[in-house]
Design a protein around this ligand. Structure first.
Ligand code: SF4
Length: 296
């Protein structure tokens, strides 16, 4: 009989699990709750929460809101958002991930210690990412966001403090550090003395790649479940496909119907950090139904 297994390590990180739980708890007490941006990069989960009463709003819509309740998602928000909410009589349900909050504090403390002195705070990350915008907000907009070693022609002053967005790739962070050291040497700085590097990539993301490689190698066929817009989903799918050529990207259980399952002995189901566990279980149930296997 065909073996079908869901990867128990795939799916939401603890920060997102916590944010979803907070949203659900608050929706039990009130009919409507606004979320500043989508709570997760997964349309199926966004729809499920919408049906419960969660409404995603844009930053422009937030500007116009008054006297209501807004959820801050796991990525966090800059201090300006908290000030605005107070001025507009908006109650905030703060679901900032504790790991992100710790990083915000670390960067904010470094910025305060540097006040009136020379130095640069660099953040290795994507400037448009909400987590990064919130991190830059801890420095009154003064931190420099860089993602590519080629962007290092910018002016940097020693000492240099380097942090990473929590969801960046660990190897790329290492390569960036090497390039930064070279750049500092070319500017006459001593990286041994003047460069302070903080490993702030989240372990829940960095360990997943290695684990997924091992997982997908164990099955004849893989269904990788993720929203099509999730950048984490796209990156992890590529890795899985490289290891197991019979890896298929699907966004919902119905899409699995299009894949032929003849001569397949085992199927693995895995997903991105934004894929809810219930969605991967639903894919398993659909496959079992298709093959007339009783559920387990
Ligand atoms: S990836 Fe890590 S730091 Fe980011 S929200 Fe999830 S648990 Fe928190």
């Amino acid at each position: 009989m065909i073996r079908i297994e869901v990867d128990e390590k795939s799916g939401f990180c603890t920060g997102v699990v916590r944010a979803v739980k907070k949203a659900q708890e608050n929706l039990e007490d009130s009919e409507t709750l606004h979320s500043l941006g989508d709570l997760v990069h997964n349309p199926e989960e966004v729809n499920r929460l919408e049906e419960m009463g969660l409404q995603s709003i844009s930053y422009d819509e937030f500007e116009k809101l008054r006297d209501t309740t807004v959820l801050i998602r796991a990525h966090g928000e800059p201090p300006a958002t908290f000030r605005k909410a107070e001025a507009q009589n908006i109650k905030l349900v703060d679901a900032t991930c504790p790991i992100v909050r710790r990083l915000q504090k670390q960067i904010g403390d470094t910025y305060s210690a540097l006040r009136g002195k020379q130095g640069s705070i660099l953040i290795f990350g994507k400037s448009s990412h909400p987590e990064v915008r919130a991190l830059v907000g801890q420095t009154e907009g003064n931190a420099i966001v860089v993602r590519d070693p080629r962007e290092l022609s910018i002016t940097i002053k020693s000492p240099v403090y380097l942090y990473s967005q929590t969801t960046m790739n660990l190897d790329e962070y290492g390569q960036f550090q090497d390039a930064l050291k070279d750049r500092m040497i070319s500017l006459g700085m001593d990286p041994e003395k003047d460069l302070h590097v903080y490993n702030t990539v989240c372990g829940q993301v960095s360990s997943r790649e290695k684990y997924l490689r091992e997982f997908v190698a164990r099955y004849d066929l893989i269904f990788f479940v993720s929203g099509r817009e999730s950048s984490n989903g796209k990156a992890l799918f590529k890795i899985c496909k490289k290891v197991n050529d019979k890896t298929y990207f699907i966004s919902n259980p119905q899409e699995s119907d299009e894949i032929e399952l003849n001569r397949i002995g085992s199927i693995g189901i895995c997903g991105a950090t934004s894929t809810p566990g219930w969605l991967m279980s639903a894919v398993k149930a659909r496959l079992q139904e298709r093959m007339n296997i009783s559920g387990s």
